[in-house]
Write a protein that binds this ligand. Sequence first.
Ligand SMILES: NC(=O)c1ccc[n+]([C@@H]2O[C@H](COP(=O)([O-])OP(=O)(O)OC[C@H]3O[C@@H](n4cnc5c(N)ncnc54)[C@H](OP(=O)(O)O)[C@@H]3O)[C@@H](O)[C@H]2O)c1
Length: 275
Amino acid sequence: MPEKLLILGGTSEAYKLAEFLNTQLSPQKINFVSSLAGTTNEPKPPAGEFRTGGFGGLKGLKNFLVQEKISLLVDATHPFAEKISKNAHLAATALGLPFLRLTRPPWVRHNDDQWIEVSSVENAVKYLTYVYKKTGTLFPIRSIFLTTGNKELELFRKFTKCKFLIRTVEVPELASKWPEAVFLQDRGPFTLENEIKLLNQHEISLLVTKNSGGNSTYAKIEAARKLKIPVLMVRRPEMNPALFCCTVTEVADWINQHCSNNDNLAGKPVSENRQ
Ligand SMILES: NC(=O)c1ccc[n+]([C@@H]2O[C@H](COP(=O)([O-])OP(=O)(O)OC[C@H]3O[C@@H](n4cnc5c(N)ncnc54)[C@H](OP(=O)(O)O)[C@@H]3O)[C@@H](O)[C@H]2O)c1
């Protein structure tokens, strides 16, 4: 029987993994299915088989894994997708499934970066509230570039004396109720040149972002550095300790280790598959 892998996706890493497996794997050895949360309209379909929508919590995920005879689980969700990652780890542990987290490394602070690090979006709001109370205004924070995603945007509305430029992949519901804010719908990759232009055009004095990592949206961090703009950086949530890797080829190595015979997915020794 070939192994059956579930990829929990919604990230560029998950798309790359599905593409890789679809083109490189031998179906006698492994089948795979990708899973999307279904939170975005018209998401790009990943290569190969996929399903969409929540599982119905931990119990639902466990049922799915059993019913679909999943034998390997890769959590390739976003580093801030806390709930599904927790459930995936718990379900794999309970069922004794080999489990791997595919995640991009976090951005690392550069000497010239002015980062104020906080542990959650709520704490980013608390920090701004503290500055506001202390000074009676958010001055010198006049104009905030907010890139923390659609969730939790509401929390920032109370800073009425501040201008907001809010960039999201999808227009949030809140956009129609918050006419003072400028909403920008766009997805990476972004260039440094354009990010500098954007920050200048909107006279941004603070960037608020999650430490998502990856190259696609890193240009805003570089732009802030060049323009000496502080960054309110939301640190990643703590995840359950689990085996993790950062590249698709490492996942392929891991799959090879768990497949019953000794042929590699792409018919090459594992070491040659490393980047
Ligand atoms: N959080 C971010 O900043 C961010 C950024 C970019 C992309 N994403 C992607 O967007 C999706 C949702 O993110 P989130 O932060 O809302 O996640 P979350 O808070 O961890 O998950 C919320 C619920 O959405 C469902 N879900 C999440 N990912 C799923 C998947 N890949 N397949 C099936 N169901 C899934 C699960 O529902 P049930 O409990 O019913 O199973 C989960 O409990 C994730 O797939 C993530 O990779 C998130």
